[in-house]
Design a protein around this ligand. Structure first.
Ligand SMILES: Nc1ncnc2c1ncn2[C@@H]1O[C@H](COP(=O)(O)OP(=O)(O)O)[C@@H](O)[C@H]1O
Ligand SMILES: [Mg+2]
Length: 250
């Protein structure tokens, strides 16, 4: 279980997160949506403490961290190991092969043997349909392939929670579909995931749970069925904004 209680985050100009209370259950896929600037990235980055909230409590498993107190490096490393982040534009080590990129952290951080890490990496690459790229270099991959490697690489660290911030928004529709298929498979394999995305079709299919953020607050927390099939007036307005012809009714 990953739990946030009374989380607040201010930037100089902006109250980005306002009294956020939310619990993410294991083995669920939560999709976070909301208008631009609503605090989605800040919330997601707070989940692995890449962003430091000003106050509130953060709980993973049975360990609770008071965010208004200084954090130790040990705590930070512990949280980072429990959570894996996949960014919109993942960075690779350009001088390493795909396999080199895959085993870097498992070998150096988790202290796995090279043989063990390589075996696991082959399995993970096969799962994202990219085992044939193991000996290539990052510049030889397409954007969609790179993003799938980034997902496999994050999974190599066996995070309890996989966090993804708009993982497909830099991709062409065809490449986006490839990445979303991988994520949809992971969702159905019960990997715990928290995903910020604008792809409503994906959300409808893969989410166990939807969060709608607005102005740094959670405006909706419920099932995709409620979200899409019985939306509040506000959510309906949000969903309609995705439609080309806004006069069209359901
Ligand atoms: N590093 C920062 N410094 C100042 N303001 C920021 C910073 N990061 C985000 N913000 C502001 O906080 C609000 C929420 O941002 P963000 O979490 O990135 O929203 P979203 O991902 O939903 O688009 C926005 O108004 C944004 O301008
Ligand atoms: Mg964002």
């Amino acid at each position: 279980m990953l739990k946030l209680e009374h989380i607040d985050k201010r930037y100089t100009e902006h109250h980005a997160l306002q009294d956020i209370n939310v619990t993410f259950n294991p083995h669920e896929t939560t999709v976070i949506v909301g208008p631009s600037g609503s605090g989605k990235s800040t919330l997601l980055r707070s989940l692995n403490l890449l962003e430091r909230p000003d106050s509130g409590k953060y709980t993973i498993d049975d360990r609770t961290i008071d965010l208004s107190q200084p954090l130790t490096t040990e705590t930070l490393l512990w949280v980072r190991r429990k959570t894996g982040m996949v960014f919109q534009q993942p960075r690779m080590f350009d001088h390493l092969t795909i396999m080199g990129n895959m085993i870097e952290a498992p070998v150096h951080v988790l202290k796995q043997s090279k043989a063990q890490a390589t075996k696991h990496a082959h399995e993970l690459l096969a799962a994202v349909d990219l085992d044939n790229t193991a000996d290539r270099y990052p510049y030889q991959l397409s954007g969609g392939q790179t993003q799938r490697v980034a997902i496999a690489r994050a999974l190599a660290m066996a995070p309890d929670y996989l966090l993804l911030d708009e993982p497909t928004s830099a991709l062409d529709p065809e490449l986006e579909a490839q990445v979303l298929r991988v994520l949809n498979d992971l969702a159905h394999e019960n990997q715990s995931m928290i995903i910020v995305t604008h792809n409503m079709d994906f959300a409808r299919h893969a989410a166990d749970r939807m969060l709608f953020l607005e102005d740094g607050k959670i405006n909706f927390d419920g099932t995709p069925d409620e979200f899409f099939n019985n939306p509040t007036e506000r959510i309906n307005r949000f969903l309609n904004a995705f439609k080309f012809n806004q006069n069209e009714t359901e």
